[in-house]
Design a binder for this molecule. Structure first.
Ligand code: FES
Ligand SMILES: [Fe+2]
Length: 372
């Protein structure tokens, strides 16, 4: 198949943002307040907390959050801060509480639903009531096995945040899939550069020869940008059925996909901290944790169908290796972009007519955070 660029021609006008948007710690602090601490954030998989007492920690800006499954099976999120004198409650990134959460300092003890059960030495404090001192709550929501949290006092309804994503990708039934691999990457790049890199494939023929062979860079089709997500899809070339080194796999396609869905790979960003990559037989989720203006931790989960995992000789490495390689290629470009933009000599440059998702992202940031 021959692909041609059918996008409307544009003129020089819309330029990349000045360096401060990617390099100024003050602007980064404003982004955290206006974006990350206000919107719903992707926080991992429901299966990360499989049973009552299981917990994981998530760090966002200077907030540490405990996500825990309570005795009733509900997932709760709390600030990892004791209500007595503010001590951090847990240090391990994940684990299991045995029925309660106890502070190591003076043994204030909380139930898994966050309520305070016992506060030693407070019995002689007139007016002290345990029920007045639960752990500080963080909002939690789930979508098809994916966990989200919000620090906002009164976040927008989660369905409004998803804005149709849940129906669009219903056929992947992500709640039925299982994590077959999890990898954590440390990037020396601003979080926005990683999302921008994900939403253009002009670099694919140069940086990703393996990917380009299977999904031609001009086969990309973008959706109109939305207030909470950006999305695009690419065609799987003739003879290819998924994204692996040879474009083929022993895994069967996910059972509920339409023929149309089996012929494409979908690339979505659920702003501000999730990338979602849906292939016909597996899904990769990317969870961003911006740690500084030029540092971002990215955690990837590879998800596959349990029936495939149960088959004799199951081996997910074709998908894991392919995306690990693609990630490494992308991360290098993001790091180089950060290095160049934050060095003397950088001036805003002109976008091409195929970089409209990037200009949409820039507008989105300016609208939410304001100018430098
Ligand atoms: S600070 Fe936690 S019990 Fe005192
Ligand atoms: Fe890329």
């Amino acid at each position: 198949m021959r692909y041609v660029d059918t996008r409307p021609k544009t003129e020089v006008g819309t330029m990349t943002l000045p360096a401060g948007y990617y390099a100024d710690p003050g602007y980064f602090a404003r982004e955290l307040e206006a974006v990350h601490l206000r919107m719903w954030l992707y926080a991992g998989r429901v299966e990360d907390v499989p049973e009552p007492g299981s917990y994981v920690l998530r760090q966002v800006a200077n907030a540490s959050v405990v996500l825990v499954r309570d005795e009733g099976g509900h997932i709760r999120a709390f600030h990892n801060v004791c209500r007595h004198r503010g001590t951090r409650l847990c240090k391990e990134a994940s684990g299991r509480f045995s029925g309660t959460i106890q502070c190591k300092y003076h043994a204030w003890t909380y139930r898994l639903d966050g309520t305070l059960k016992k506060a030693p030495h407070m019995e002689n404090v007139a007016g002290f009531r345990e029920e007045d001192w639960p752990l500080s709550k963080v909002h939690v929501a789930t979508w098809d096995g994916l966990l989200f949290i919000s620090f906002a006092e009164d976040p927008i309804p989660f369905s409004e945040h998803l804005n149709g994503m849940d129906t669009r990708f219903r056929n992947w039934r992500m709640h039925e899939l299982v994590t077959v691999e999890r990898r954590v990457y440390q990037l020396r790049a601003n979080w926005k550069l990683i999302i921008q890199n994900y939403h253009e494939c002009l670099h694919c023929p140069i940086a990703h020869p393996q990917l380009q062979r299977i999904t031609h860079f001009l086969s990309g089709d973008n959706e109109p940008p939305q207030p909470t997500w950006l999305g695009s899809r690419m065609d799987l070339g003739p003879g290819f059925t998924t994204l692996t080194a040879d474009g083929k796999t022993r895994r069967r396609p996910l059972p509920h996909l339409t023929d149309e869905e089996r012929r494409h790979v979908y690339y979505y960003a659920v702003l501000p901290n999730m990338l979602l990559n849906l292939a016909p037989d597996y899904v990769v989720t990317f969870m961003f944790n911006p740690q500084g203006v030029d540092r971002t931790e990215v955690t990837c989960h590879w998800l596959m169908h349990p029936d495939e995992v149960a088959r004799p000789g199951f081996d997910p490495s074709d998908a894991v290796d392919f995306w690990h390689l693609t990630n490494e290629q992308d991360w290098e470009l993001s790091d180089l972009a950060q290095a160049g933009i934050s060095s003397r000599g950088y001036r805003p440059g002109p976008f091409s007519n195929r970089e409209e998702m990037l200009t949409a992202m820039d507008r989105w940031v300016l609208e939410r955070v304001g100018t430098l």
